[in-house]
Design a protein around this ligand. Structure first.
Ligand code: CUA
Length: 353
């Protein structure tokens, strides 16, 4: 008898300790599971509210009956035997039907929720972000700009007041993307892309985390979303995109410089990409300067630049250094079109003129 009491007392203290631990849920408060920061999260929270209300009613009903039975039918003396009951058809029908009705009510609320139009707001220009789960961090890629954020320390940013479409996948095991205030969970599954969208109007930071157990550091697979006012977002996005473009161009120029150009291939490109429309090879001015004698001029044109450097720079940034007497109308997109070998071939061709 004595040892059983000790076991019970241990169990009690462990239980109390576990309850106290629930008071310190770390980021859970900040995730504010019952607020809705996004258009579509409002629907989800509404449904959650209904389920919660029903669950509270059921809880009090069941616990109330339990407490009632404990007090009403407790053993009052050691030799007393409580009334023994076996089976009650009415009661069993009652709780079976009662539960079925509850489940049906939930079913119809959920059905209504799924039947609502759940597409993006009409006439919107959503920002698209590709999200990839890795063990154990998230990668965010903005396909329109080439901006890539990898690691948990990177804050992922989106503009306020504009729909954001996430294309979610995983590079390894199954993860789940969840920012409770914004929308439901979406699993990140290898080999599959799942879409979700949200639109947030209040600029501030929203936090979330991986919601599918994925290994040792699952707990640390956090998401920080910073929603910025449109101008601030545009400034950040522009800076990041420019840095990406600059890095890509340094690569392009460096790779082209390391290659040997083929003048014959350059002559074909001169026709194909349209240089011929504005630059004649003979001493004729069309729209831009003639290429006649360009090889000799290129080395002298710009201080600190070799002929090759000057030619590469002029193809990628034609408007930075314009020959006097001309206005710059040349496309500034050759950096996106040309491979390093193309650039080397063109430079070799132009040097021969
Ligand atoms: Cu990723 Cu849990």
């Amino acid at each position: 008898m004595k040892s059983r009491w000790t076991v019970q007392r241990w169990a009690l203290w462990v239980g109390v300790g576990a309850l106290l631990l629930l008071l310190f849920p770390g980021r859970a408060w900040a995730q504010g599971g019952t607020q809705s920061g996004s258009l579509n999260a409002t629907d989800i929270n509404g449904l959650f509210g209904i389920v919660l209300l029903l669950a509270i009613l059921v809880f009090f009903l069941v616990e109330g009956l339990l407490v009632f039975a404990i007090i009403r039918y407790r053993r009052r003396s050691n030799d007393e035997m409580p009334e023994q009951v076996h089976g009650n058809n009415r009661l069993e029908m009652g709780w079976t039907l009662g539960s079925a009705v509850l489940v049906l009510v939930l079913f119809f609320f959920t059905l209504g929720f799924y039947q609502q139009p759940r597409g993006l707001p009409a006439n919107s220009e959503p920002l698209s972000v590709q999200v990839t789960g890795h063990t154990w961090y998230w990668e965010f890629f903005y396909p329109d700009s080439g901006v890539r954020l990898v690691s948990t320390t990177d804050t992922f940013r989106v503009p306020a007041g504009r729909p954001v479409v996430l294309e979610i996948t995983s590079a390894d095991v199954q993860h789940s993307f969840w920012i409770p205030e914004l929308a439901g969970k979406v699993d990140a599954i290898p080999g599959r892309v799942q879409r979700m969208w949200f639109q947030v109007d209040e600029p501030r930071t929203y936090v979330g985390q991986c919601a599918e157990y994925c290994g040792r550091e699952h707990y640390n697979m956090l998401i920080d979303l910073e929603v910025l006012a449109e101008p601030e977002f545009a400034a950040w996005y522009g800076e990041e995109a420019a840095a990406v473009a600059a890095a890509a161009e340094v690569d392009l120029q460096a790779e082209a410089a390391a290659l040997t150009g083929d003048p014959a291939a350059g002559a074909v490109l001169y026709q194909d990409i349209g240089c011929v429309a504005c630059h004649a090879l003979a001493d004729v001015q069309v729209v831009g300067p003639s290429f006649l004698g360009l090889g000799a001029r290129a080395a002298e044109r710009r201080e600190g630049y070799t002929a090759d450097e000057y030619l590469r720079e002029s193809i990628l940034h034609p408007c930075d250094f314009v020959v006097s007497g001309f206005t710059c109308v040349m496309p500034q997109t050759y950096g996106d079109q040309l491979s390093p070998q193309d650039l080397a071939d063109l430079v070799a061709f132009l040097n021969q003129q």
